[in-house]
Design a protein around this ligand. Structure first.
Ligand SMILES: C[S@@+](CC[C@H](N)C(=O)[O-])C[C@H]1O[C@@H](n2cnc3c(N)ncnc32)[C@H](O)[C@@H]1O
Length: 271
């Protein structure tokens, strides 16, 4: 009964967005983090667990990986996927702003594209600091400005206009794009050193029309006005957004896919 349903948003996230976008970012994050054998790693806001799965082989069977998310549907997908080599992964439901772990329990805390979603970002970074052992490190990756991502910009402007909302209401993943603001979160939490590094990767999404539909749905998902629409109104909104995006999609078309560069900041902080 607890098996995730096919076409459930968490399944779509794992099978469509993770290979195209979150796996490339996870490899970049882990390159900056360089986890060592036997380390204890926490993946905060793990979603379907791509960062935890990429981290597990680095720390090996004598290391530990704990992955936490507040969304049980994402965790159900994570648990159902084949386990990677290396450390066994413990999946935990919980809140990034109130981590259910002892002080100093981890050597490394990772957070990929999670911070912009937290209502209390400063509180979440303080929690990352609290659960780190002396000499531990925290790394968070967040997207740079929406304006640097013309495909997402066109998509979010269109979605927001159809919902009669400001773009800020649907652009949460891009809402922590200021490097100074990101740095201040970590310095204020008491980290001794904080570096903000720039990163880029080229993402490639198969089936551009599907990309527009799924990306529009996920950017509108948290907006009550979208949730309140009846199915036909919702379908018509998505249809209009797809039509409006056609020329943008053409500019970035790569065979049967759509491909474009994305830009992120990686905060690297030590206790
Ligand atoms: C864009 S997803 C990123 C997931 C994952 N890190 C990845 O790279 O695929 C953002 C995740 O943050 C989680 N999230 C949002 N607020 C949270 C909170 N307060 N505590 C824990 N998880 C949270 C969501 O459930 C979602 O899985």
């Amino acid at each position: 009964m607890n098996q995730p349903q096919p076409n459930h948003p968490a399944e779509m996230y794992e099978h469509y967005f993770v290979p195209a976008m979150f796996l490339p970012w996870a490899k970049i994050l882990l390159r900056h983090a360089a986890p060592q054998s036997k380390e204890c790693v926490l993946d905060v806001a793990c979603g379907t667990g791509i960062v935890a799965r990429v981290a597990a082989p680095f720390v090996g069977a004598e290391g530990q990986v704990v992955a936490l998310d507040m969304n049980p549907a994402m965790l159900a997908v994570a648990r159902a996927l084949p386990a990677p080599s290396g450390a066994a992964i413990a999946w935990r439901e919980g809140n990034a702003m109130d981590l259910p772990f002892e002080d100093g329990a981890f050597d490394l805390v990772l957070c990929q594209h999670g911070l912009p979603f937290f209502p209390d970002r400063a509180g979440a970074v303080r929690e990352m600091r609290r659960v780190l052992a002396p000499g531990g490190r925290a790394l968070a990756i967040v997207l740079q400005a929406l304006e640097r991502h013309p495909v997402f910009e066109a998509l979010m402007v269109s979605v927001a206009r159809h919902l009669a909302l400001p773009v800020s209401a649907v652009m949460t993943p891009f809402s922590l794009s200021d490097a100074g603001e990101l740095r201040a979160l970590f310095t204020s939490a008491g980290f001794k050193t904080v570096e903000i590094r720039l990163e880029t990767t080229t993402v490639q999404f198969p089936d551009p029309a599907r990309f527009v539909t799924l990306a529009a749905m996920s950017s509108a998902a948290a907006v009550p006005a979208f949730g309140q629409l009846e199915a036909p109104e919702r379908a018509s909104l998505l249809d209009s957004v797809r039509k409006e995006l056609e020329s943008t999609i053409q500019q970035y078309r790569d065979g049967d896919a759509i491909s474009f560069p994305m830009f992120a900041h990686v905060a690297v902080a030590t206790t």
